[in-house]
Design a binder for this molecule. Structure first.
Ligand code: ZN
Length: 478
């Protein structure tokens, strides 16, 4: 049974600095409830919205990145509905009909699927800038179970960029990958930080063949997006297969129970009474676009190409690119002469692994090594002073705790031959087991040698090779 998936991704332009039509802070999270507000974002009578430049510039930068068609001017539109978190009883948004004009139309969201090593595409319908409403907190945590709700207007008026795709996403997993790529790109563009709590929400439209379109609202993570879509496909298929009717409605995703629940029957667009906002003049895009083009905007795709051209395999390249701070460290180190293959392996595999294990923030640049130190280390490997594994076991764990490590204290090299002889004398049972064909005895012996070398540089692969040689040499004694 075929199905269609389309997405509306609401992303906050968290890096804009201000709200969309006033000077209040775009990052509202650090304020006490209802303190990041002013007459404009509280919708007080007589207060006039004045469009801020920075959010619009960021939105245009994102539009350019996805090759969207940018009209000569944009017109803000009022969308009317009543809800306690919306003080004016209308939301200022953009809409291509009824005399309005959004920031852009069309475009292509090209996204990378690392499992298939493939770039895929989904067509975009439009992107529009709009203001975020306030935030409703429910006394029991969710809308269905609560008797009371509280409203905090700190978020009211924060700039959102809504990205609308065509309903042509092939699978729930693709939906997740596409959104993750969009968010990563917006981070590279400098428009948002997708890790801030509530910085994006997704509404997903899904219909199976023979049924009406269902909208699942307010999905807060990309993992939940995939889960919600899988659930809906399953639920709608069952209805259609049982000769039931899937009626058009809006549903709510419950991440704890992993199900969707009916919220209301879907309203039609006419009910919102869209019309151009008479308080806000038409904004011509040309001068703003000139400013956007002056900026050096980079994208994950461009970085991926650059890293691949340096000879790094695509899997490692993607691992670098998914964390901007990691990709930046890599490119800086390479620009001062670090070996790209060695440095990419250190950063994207071993260093990243250690950062994760120690619970440190992967997205903070200061947690990644100083590019100069990285170059020195990669030189030690390239010039065969140390093997990769010697660096991996002896230097990288220290570097994670001290990424600026100015004085690299190089571990003294241990002599594996001497230690191997010692271990073979001490571990006679394991040696005997090895001769009896027990392969795991070799792992045990390697472990014993490494333990003896504690604190000194030793390459486990080299130890294994030497140990095997010694064992075969002395096999005639047994
Ligand atoms: Zn304000």
């Amino acid at each position: 049974m075929k199905y269609k998936i389309g997405l509306e991704i609401h992303t906050q332009l968290t890096e804009a600095g201000t709200k969309l039509f006033c000077g209040c802070d775009s990052n509202y999270r650090k304020y006490k409830p209802n303190t990041n507000v002013c007459p404009v974002c509280l919708g007080l009578p007589g207060a006039l919205p004045v469009p801020r430049k920075q959010p619009i510039i960021l939105a245009l930068a994102v539009a350019e990145t996805f090759n969207c068609r940018i009209p000569e001017s944009m017109v803000f539109t009022r969308k009317h509905y009543f809800y306690p978190d919306l003080l004016k009883n209308y939301q200022i948004t953009q809409y291509e009909k009824g005399g309005g004009m959004p920031v852009c139309l069309g475009g292509t969201l090209k996204y990378y699927d690392p499992d298939l090593d493939l770039w895929k595409k989904v067509k975009l319908r439009r992107m529009n800038i709009e203001e975020d409403p306030g935030k409703t907190e429910y006394s029991e945590g969710n809308i269905l179970a609560s008797e009371f709700a509280y409203v905090d207007y700190n978020r009211s008026g924060v700039p959102l960029l809504e990205v609308v795709t065509e309903p042509e996403i092939p699978t729930p997993r693709d939906a997740r990958k596409a959104v993750e790529y969009l968010l990563l790109t917006m981070e590279y563009v400098g428009a948002m930080n997708p890790r801030l709590e509530g910085s994006f929400r997704v509404d997903a439209n899904i219909s199976v063949e023979g049924g009406e379109r269902i909208e699942v609202k307010n999905i807060g993570s990309t993992l939940d997006l995939e889960r919600a879509l899988r659930y809906e496909i399953f639920r709608q298929r069952k209805i259609v297969e049982g000769k039931g009717v899937v009626e058009r409605e809006t549903r709510h995703w419950d991440p704890v129970r992993g199900i969707t629940k009916s919220l209301r029957s879907k309203e039609s667009e006419e009910e919102y009474l869209y019309f151009p906002d008479p308080d806000i003049p038409m904004i011509s895009t040309e001068p703003l676009l000139k400013e956007v083009r002056k900026r050096n905007i980079t994208t994950p795709e461009k970085i991926m190409e650059r890293v691949s051209r340096l000879g790094v395999n695509r899997r490692t390249a993607w691992s670098l690119v998914t964390i901007k701070a990691c990709a930046e460290t890599f490119l800086e180190a390479v620009s001062i002469g670090a070996d790209p293959i060695i440095s990419s392996r250190i950063l994207a595999i071993d260093y990243k692994g250690h950062l994760r294990k120690s619970g440190m923030n992967l997205y903070k640049r200061k947690n990644w090594p100083d590019p100069i130190v990285l170059k020195k280390i990669s030189d030690l490997i390239r010039n065969k002073v140390y093997t990769y594994d010697e660096i991996k076991y002896n230097i990288i764990p220290k570097l994670v705790n001290d990424p600026k490590m100015i004085h690299i204290t190089l571990p003294e090299k241990a002599s594996p031959e001497k230690l191997i002889t010692e271990v073979m004398n001490e571990e006679r049972k394991a040696v005997w087991d090895f001769y009896q064909g027990k392969k795991e005895a070799l792992d045990y012996l390697v472990g014993k040698v490494l333990k003896k070398a504690y604190g000194k540089a030793m390459d486990p692969k080299k130890v294994r090779k030497l140990l095997e040689e010694s064992l075969y040499k002395s096999s005639n004694i047994y």
